[in-house]
Design a protein around this ligand. Structure first.
Ligand code: UT7
Length: 329
């Protein structure tokens, strides 16, 4: 009998640039306060990449850690899937740049533009490739340097975002463990609520549109907030049902770290106690595609995933995109 091929996470890694920007630092930059940011978002500080540090540099550090833990060499990676909305370049993909830096010479390379859901999209694609037997080891990354596309004079956005990278090596196994299932979705009709208006091929950069600050992130915060809660509740309930478990079976929920109020609303709607929900937004802010894999890596290093336990990952982001994954360790 042919055994089913499962996809398990064989190693994780993460890296955040050392420079810390606190709420008190932000008080000196825009009309805001530590009190407002803490109460409205749960963020106390975030990391900022130095000028000249590329997303691929952050991704390289996180990836090396994940490979070391997975005990594989770069030439054993069959595919690199890299989620980002802040690529090194428009062309070529950041996955290509990383492949070269990592010397992963046998890897196929692909960027995923799914914003904060990028890592879960990557994990889902990786698990599909592994289950059909096409690849054995896939490196899935979420990396962002959002500090480079944020308007540091816009208090509605600049207090929220941060930089970082998280990576996971996902590998084939015939053991009864790994990714139990994934769920992906999206709604492009809401694209304008969270976007960078110019700089793509539709509206290339000009001196005039740059002066209007259109090359930075624009966000309708409270509309995005409501969609984030609704879609992440839906995605979590969907995956729980799809893989045939109950909410009580979830040992750890790892949500996208967008806002502590979104995370608390999600936990409340799912009737999950907060001690089953991983939170690190206070230290990193919203790192978009990097948020879930950084949290995943931290939780693993803290020994929070016992053998046989079940984690659910869930994210929501610009697009809109959203998705979830259930994993048995
Ligand atoms: O990564 C996935 C996508 N992103 C998200 O999921 C983010 C979702 N949205 C949010 O997290 C929240 O909407 C924000 C944190 C962005 C904003 O919080 P809010 O509670 O929705 O505030 P608001 O936008 O409704 O603004 C309330 C007030 C406004 O003042 P007025 O009009 O009531 O006088 C804002 O001007 O707060 C003001 N405000 C600020 N005040 C101090 C907005 N930003 C700031 C600030 N400091 N940084």
């Amino acid at each position: 009998m042919i055994k089913k091929i499962n996809t398990f996470i064989s190693g994780t890694g993460s890296f955040a640039p050392p420079r810390v920007l606190t709420n008190l630092d932000l008080e000196k930059m825009v009309d805001t306060s530590d009190e407002w940011i803490t109460a409205r978002t749960g963020i106390k500080e975030r990391r900022i990449a130095e000028d000249g540090t590329a997303p691929s540099d952050l991704a390289l550090k996180a990836s090396k850690q994940a490979l070391e833990e997975a005990q594989i060499t770069p030439d054993q990676i069959d595919l690199i899937l890299l989620g980002t909305v802040t690529p090194d370049y428009i062309l070529p993909s950041t996955a290509c740049i990383l492949q070269d830096k990592l010397k992963a010479k046998n890897a196929a390379v692909l960027d995923i533009v799914a914003a904060c859901s990028g890592f879960i999209y990557g994990l889902s694609i990786a698990s599909a490739f592994i289950s059909i037997g096409q690849y054995k080891n896939i490196l899935v990354i979420g990396v962002e340097t959002l500090s480079k596309i944020v308007n540091w004079e816009d208090r509605n956005t600049c207090v929220i975002f941060g930089d970082g990278a998280g990576a996971a090596v996902v590998s084939a196994t015939t053991e009864d463990k790994g990714v139990l299932g994934t769920f992906l979705s999206g709604d492009g009709s809401l694209a304008n609520l969270l976007h960078v208006p110019i700089g793509g091929a539709k509206l290339p950069l000009t001196k005039e549109n740059i002066e209007l600050n259109e090359h930075f992130i624009h966000m309708e915060g409270s509309d995005v907030f409501k969609s984030a809660v609704r879609t992440m509740v839906n995605a979590t309930e969907h995956i729980i049902q799809k893989v045939g478990i109950t909410p009580e079976d979830v040992d750890l929920l790892i949500p996208h770290q967008a806002n502590i109020r979104i995370i608390e609303a999600l936990a409340k709607r799912l009737k999950l106690p907060m001690n089953k929900v991983y939170v690190n937004i206070d230290r990193y802010g919203n790192t978009s595609a990097a948020s879930v894999p950084i949290a995943l890596d931290e939780a693993r290093r803290k020994g929070m995933m016992k053998e046989g336990s079940i984690s659910v990952l869930v994210a929501f982001g610009a697009g809109f995109t959203w998705g979830s994954a259930a994993i048995k360790w």
